[in-house]
Design a protein around this ligand. Structure first.
Ligand SMILES: Nc1nc2c(c(=O)[nH]1)N[C@H]1C(S)=C(S)[C@@H](COP(=O)(O)O)O[C@H]1N2
Ligand SMILES: [Mo]
Length: 327
């Protein structure tokens, strides 16, 4: 009954307008309360599932549709996480440390949005996101996402290869790293009051990693513009690395010859290093990385090295054996 109700809603959602999604979510929650009241027989995992987490979940503002052809090449080999799961269980510390920051994140102001291209490039400049999107080819890619905290999801992202932005930026031959700086707006982001964090949130990759075909910049998900809580209006999506590398709400891209010290390295470099490639055999100092919990079903599945994307990326690291590649 519980499961059946959820599946029915998912199918309807696929054809729904954004408004219908919001209404559908509200209707769903009505049903959820009933299911939970009767729910003594439900296993704990199912209650943590989509209904159990937040009974007073607000209706989120509708998002504009965004369509792009799905690339068949990146078949994820597992079910796509439901949209309500992927959009209401987030890490976005600028809005707070809870997983339920989706309502706080609605304060994010995404238009107009400009990205500054700086450092070792032919011509430092600011690009409006609208203009950037006119010069790239949007596609949909279903990627697996693996958070360092050992939860995982599978999401149909819409965006373009990071390599396209690198090309537009025209880095000089001296550039070796690409650094991503994300929005730090005190007026809308309550998390910034936690002054011990090294704001703004920054991330970085090598120029070779940035040029890899898997490295992606997402501007949409589930056939719509990306919602604030998932990193609107543009976020990195690096599926072979732990999720913290995928910086949200990017405002600046800097090309440099110096390896950056990123937000999480600054906080705890023994636990969250620069490379952060997924590897089930290398434990986090405080927990195993052997398995991951799938959002939605709470199924525990084995984690794969490079998050299963080794055929695309393992070659990037063959000459880096002395680096701490997996933490
Ligand atoms: N700016 C910013 N980007 C961020 C984070 C953050 O707190 N702030 N969290 C990271 C972590 S730890 C993960 S797992 C992913 C989560 O993305 P999601 O909320 O879309 O699942 O975003 C990453 N990007
Ligand atoms: Mo994460």
């Amino acid at each position: 009954m519980f499961i059946h109700r959820r599946r029915g809603w998912e199918i309807a959602e696929r054809d729904a307008t954004p408004e219908a999604v919001v209404t559908g979510r509200r209707a769903l929650l009505g049903g959820a309360a009933g299911a939970l009241a009767l729910g003594a027989a439900q296993p704990a995992a199912a209650q943590w599932n989509i209904f159990g987490r937040r009974p007073n979940m607000p209706a989120l503002p509708p998002l504009a549709p965004l369509a792009a052809l799905r690339s068949a090449k990146y078949e994820p080999g597992r079910a796509i996480t439901t949209e309500p799961e992927a959009t209401t269980y987030n890490n976005y510390y600028e809005f707070g440390q809870s997983k339920s920051v989706y309502d706080e994140a609605q304060a994010l102001k995404v238009t107009p949005w400009t990205i500054e291209v700086a450092g070792m490039v032919a011509k430092p400049r600011k690009i409006g996101l609208d203009d950037l999107l006119k010069s790239v080819a949007l596609e949909e890619r279903v990627y697996r996402h693996r958070c360092v905290e050992a939860w995982a999801m599978t999401v149909p992202w819409i965006g373009f290869q990071l390599s396209e932005l690198v090309k537009l930026a025209e880095p000089t031959s001296a550039a070796r790293y690409v650094v991503f700086t994300t929005l730090a707006d005190k007026a809308t982001m309550p998390g910034l009051r936690q002054s011990w964090y090294p704001w703004p949130y920054t991330e970085g990759v090598t120029i070779e990693e940035a040029a890899n075909e898997l490295a992606f910049l997402s501007v949409g998900m589930y056939g719509k513009m990306i919602p604030p809580q998932n990193g609107a209006p543009i976020r990195l999506t690096m599926p072979w690395k732990y999720g913290f590398k995928s910086a949200k709400s990017i405002v600046k891209v800097t090309f440099t010859d110096k390896r950056p010290r990123t937000f999480w390295e600054e906080l705890q470099d023994s636990e969250y290093g620069f490379w952060a490639n997924v590897n089930p055999a290398v434990s986090h100092p405080r927990w195993s990385q052997a398995k991951e919990r799938l959002l939605g079903t709470d199924e525990m599945v084995p984690t794969q090295i490079w998050n299963g994307y080794g055929e695309y990326v393992a070659g990037l690291y063959t000459n880096l054996k002395n680096e701490r590649l997996f933490a």
